[in-house]
Design a protein around this ligand. Structure first.
Ligand code: AMP
Ligand code: ZN
Length: 213
C-alpha cells in the first residue's frame, strides 16, 4: 500500500504516519525527519534546509524531490510506503505522480487529517522534541513517561525551532497557500480520504484504518 499523509502542521500527521507504517509493515518516510537528520549531521543539505525550516518556509522543490524519489526506489519500498510531509506543493505532487507512472505505479491513498486552524496553534505549543534521537512528544496528547525527558534515551526534551509561535504562524500560512491545494489534487485523482483529526490519537488512528480498509 502506498499512502500519503496530508494535514496542516500540528494535525498529528507524523504520529499517525508512524502508526500506519507499523500497522501495514511498510517504511515511514518523513521529509522533515530526513532534513532534521541532515541538520544534526551538519551535511550540505542540512545547512541549506535549516535556513528555510527555521523561518517556517518550505525547502525548495529541487532539494526535496530527488531525495524522496531516491528513497522510494530503495528495496524496502517495493511493497509500499507512507509519505509524511511530502508532497507539500503541486510541483512535488506532479513529480511524484510522474516518477511512479514511469514504473507503472500510482499512489493508493492520500489521507487528509482535518484539524481547524484554531486548534493548531495551541497544539503546537505543546510539542516537544528529543535532540538526540529525534522522537517527538506532546505535553497533553503524547507525553513522555517522565516529564521533559525522552523515553528512549533520557535526553532533555526541547521545543524545535520551527515549533516556535511565530514560525508556526508562518508554517500555517505556507500550508494554506502551497499544500492545501493538494487536497483537490488528490480528490481529482480519486484517492482522497478524509479523517477527523480533532479526536484522540487512538480514535484518529481507528478512523484512518477504516478509510484504508
Ligand atoms: P515536518 O516535520 O514535516 O513538519 O517538516 C518540518 C519542515 O521541514 C517544514 O516546515 C519545511 O521547512 C521542511 N519540509 C519538510 N518536508 C518538506 C517538503 N516536502 N517540501 C519542502 N519543505 C519540507
Ligand atoms: Zn531521544
Amino acid at each position: 500500500m502506498k499512502i500519503i499523509m496530508l494535514g496542516a502542521p500540528g494535525a498529528g500527521k507524523g504520529t499517525q504516519a508512524k502508526r500506519v507504517a507499523e500497522e501495514y509493515g511498510i517504511p515511514h518516510i518523513s521529509t522533515g525527519d530526513i532534513f532534521r537528520a541532515n541538520i544534526r549531521d551538519n551535511t550540505e543539505l542540512g545547512k541549506k534546509a535549516k535556513e528555510y525550516m527555521d523561518k517556517g518556509l518550505l525547502v525548495p522543490d529541487e532539494l526535496t524531490c530527488d531525495l524522496v524519489m531516491n528513497r522510494i526506489s530503495e528495496a524496502d519500498c517495493k511493497d509500499g510506503f507512507v509519505l509524511d510531509g511530502f508532497p507539500r506543493t503541486i510541483p512535488q505532487a506532479d513529480a511524484l505522480t510522474k516518477a511512479l507512472e514511469e514504473k507503472g505505479m500510482s499512489m493508493d491513498a492520500a489521507v487528509d487529517i482535518e484539524v481547524p486552524d484554531e486548534n493548531i496553534i495551541g497544539r503546537m505549543a505543546g510539542r516537544r522534541f528529543c535532540p538526540k534521537c529525534g522522537a517527538t512528544y506532546h505535553v497533553v496528547a503524547l507525553p513522555p513517561k517522565a516529564e521533559g525527558i525522552c523515553d528512549n534515551d533520557g535526553e532533555k526534551l526541547v521545543i524545535r525551532d520551527d515549533d516556535k509561535e511565530e514560525t508556526v504562524r508562518n508554517r500555517l500560512s505556507v500550508y494554506h497557500k502551497e499544500t492545501q491545494p493538494l487536497i483537490d489534487y488528490y480528490k481529482k485523482a480519486q484517492i482522497l480520504k478524509t479523517v477527523d483529526g480533532t479526536k484522540t490519537a487512538d480514535e484518529v488512528f481507528d478512523g484512518i484504518k477504516a478509510v484504508l480498509s
